[in-house]
Design a protein around this ligand. Structure first.
Ligand code: ZN
Length: 82
């Protein structure tokens, strides 16, 4: 079993993988319609909107929570190097 490199979701079945391709390292939620991985900004905005909607957080709080979460994921390491 792999975890998505872009959001950390465990990918257990084929349909969890982008395009149903188990060789991919990211999940169906992190893929664009053409199967490529979303960019850092796309994923960040998506997660912020998702966090606001599901947890009812203020935008600033959601942005911090998302940045904190993304900083732990392999796909985005280069964006957090200081
Ligand atoms: Zn993902």
């Amino acid at each position: 079993m792999k975890n998505c490199i872009a959001c950390g979701m465990p990918m257990k079945k084929e349909s969890d993988f982008a395009m149903g391709d188990t060789k991919k390292d990211y999940c169906v939620y992190c893929a664009r319609p053409d199967g490529s991985m979303q960019s850092f900004e796309e994923k960040k905005q998506g997660l912020i909107n998702f966090t606001i909607k599901t947890q009812g957080l203020e935008k600033g709080v959601a942005e911090k929570a998302v940045a904190n979460m993304m900083s732990k994921l392999p796909a985005w390491q280069e964006y957090f190097q200081k």
